[in-house]
Write a protein that binds this ligand. Structure first.
Ligand SMILES: O=c1ccn([C@@H]2O[C@H](COP(=O)(O)OP(=O)(O)O[C@H]3O[C@H](CO)[C@@H](O)[C@H](O)[C@H]3O)[C@@H](O)[C@H]2O)c(=O)[nH]1
Length: 481
């Protein structure tokens, strides 16, 4: 394992920090970014506490370029986790790389923590980690310090993992979702609209023995024992699920949406998207992104391009260069000769785009960060989930929160997408979706006002992480390690 040159040499400030918190990231997908944003918020509240950000070299170098921590000498990137071999294609390589990382991670964390303790000369007094790193609970417990995992997705998917054994007991386990897919996951409070087929792979169907499924199962078993589980959400969004999770956890802290409470400060607009948006009518533009992990098939990319061409809906499409090559030549020629019809770019300033008045609809894979960002900006969705929690997220959006629609048949076809675009942008139903998401936006904003839930939860978190707690009992239940 390589220690890197990232160690901070600002000895004046850090020779004797009051406390030393180890933060352990999961280096795939959009997991490390929300963790660093949370740490920034904590570091601002506790400038005399040092936060050592343990991660792989590759992830840390991308992350600390994307998120500016220059005003935070107490956040120190420590690239001492086992390095990943992420090919970033969302397929087999990605899962394999995750498996390799997960296998090496427990030792990596133990050694990493010992290294930073030796380097700083102050013992670690709290472990904040991605929830996927479930084994950190035991590491923290052995050290006698709090473990504070961050769950980066929705409370609904968290609940599914916490209730995995209940689901398996009731519905059995299956090779695929075919045999039980229309059944309702009603053994989980707040899930009366969720079908078994909406659950992530590896819970009751799929490969239950893959390293990823096992990790999620183990995580669901140990999270209730964590000192506090932190979520990028707000309690009012899914109140029944929140209530149930609170009854199962020692402490559950919704401290989001991060898009409001810890927005990233640098979002460069190198392609001039915002000026382009200025030229379009209010509520008219479609923004398209499928996140950082997976991309739809070539056929779907072509069908999406055709639907945009046929409808004439102006668009900004964030698409990796490798996938851009799959777009039809005629489509590329059209957008090159007439820039106002749309742009295809490799990375968009998503939050700023969603906040722009011209934004009309977000065609999304339903990653949780994207969903929260849509809610805080009041943007309705067209959903094309691909993996993991995304199908469940689509179900919540369509049937519970009601601010978006799927595409007929579940995959992108020209006619299905044209229909969905019409529905969201031009129909009465679309109007209703827009007004529903505005209500959620308002709830999110209320949640972060002083004295409200997310804000109060953050205060509890600060006390827990930076202590001393002045006798205040933070948890609802005693530890059962
Ligand atoms: O051009 C782009 C594309 C993406 N983003 C940002 O990238 C993030 C994407 O996050 P998300 O929507 O959550 O997608 P993934 O990166 O795919 O997220 C992974 O992690 C999420 C949180 O655990 C899960 O919900 C997803 O299923 C999983 O794929 C968001 O903050 C976007 O604002 C940009 O800024 N510009």
């Amino acid at each position: 394992m390589a220690t890197n040159g990232h160690h901070n040499h600002n000895h004046q400030l850090h020779h004797h920090p009051r406390r030393h918190v180890a933060v352990c990231a999961f280096p795939f997908g959009t997991h490390a970014a929300p963790l660093l944003l949370l740490v920034k918020r904590l570091a601002a509240a506790a400038p005399d506490v040092r936060f050592s950000f343990l991660n792989t070299t590759k992830s840390n170098s991308l992350l600390f370029k994307a998120i500016n921590v220059s005003g935070f000498p107490n956040i120190v990137p420590c690239s001492i986790m086992p390095d990943d071999h992420d090919k970033g294609d969302g397929g087999h390589h990605h899962l394999k790389a995750i498996g390799v990382f997960l296998q090496a991670a427990p030792d990596g964390v133990r050694r990493g923590v010992a290294e930073i303790e030796a380097a700083v000369g102050v013992a670690v007094s709290c472990l904040i980690t991605d929830a996927f790193l479930w084994f950190c609970g035991e590491i923290a417990d052995k050290k006698g310090v709090p473990w504070v995992p961050l769950w980066t997705a929705s409370s609904a998917s968290l609940s599914v993992h916490v209730h995995t054994d209940d689901l398996r007991n009731k519905f059995g386990t299956h090779h695929n979702s075919g045999t039980c897919h229309e059944k309702i996951a009603d053994c989980i409070p707040g899930m009366s609209n969720v079908r078994i087929s909406d659950l992530p792979l590896g819970v009751v169907f799929g490969d239950l023995d893959s390293p990823f499924s096992k990790m999620l199962h183990n995580m669901g078993l140990v999270l209730p024992k964590a000192s506090a589980v932190v979520i990028n959400s707000f309690e009012e969004l899914l109140p029944a699920i929140t209530r149930d999770l609170k009854s199962k956890m020692r402490c559950l802290l919704n401290v989001g949406p991060f898009a409001l409470t810890s927005p990233p400060q640098v979002e460069s607009d190198q392609f001039g998207c915002l000026e382009w948006m200025d030229q379009h009518k209010v509520g008219s533009v479609a923004y398209i992104s499928f996140g950082t992990v997976a991309t739809p098939s070539k056929e779907e990319i072509i069908a999406l391009a055709e639907s945009l061409e046929a409808t004439g809906v102006p668009f900004i499409w964030s698409l990796k260069d490798s996938a851009k090559a799959q777009l039809p030549l005629s489509f590329m020629k059209r957008i090159e000769s007439n820039k106002t019809c749309g742009m295809v770019i490799s990375w968009a300033p998503q939050l700023k785009l969603l906040a722009h008045p011209s934004m009309g609809v977000f065609i999304t894979h339903c990653g949780w960060n994207s969903i929260m960002e849509s809610i805080v900006n009041g943007v309705p969705l067209i959903c094309r989930p691909i993996l993991g929690d995304q199908v469940l997220n689509q179900r919540l959006i369509e049937s519970v929160l009601k601010f978006g629609t799927g595409i007929e048949g579940g995959t992108i076809t020209k006619s299905g997408t044209m229909k969905a675009l019409h529905q969201v942008l031009s129909s009465h139903e679309g109007k209703q979706m827009r007004s529903n998401v505005k209500v959620l936006k308002e709830l999110a904003e209320q949640g972060i006002r002083s004295g409200s839930t997310s804000n109060e939860n953050f205060k509890v978190l600060i006390e827990l992480v930076t202590g001393p707690t002045n006798g205040r009992v933070v948890e609802n239940k005693k530890s059962e390690w």
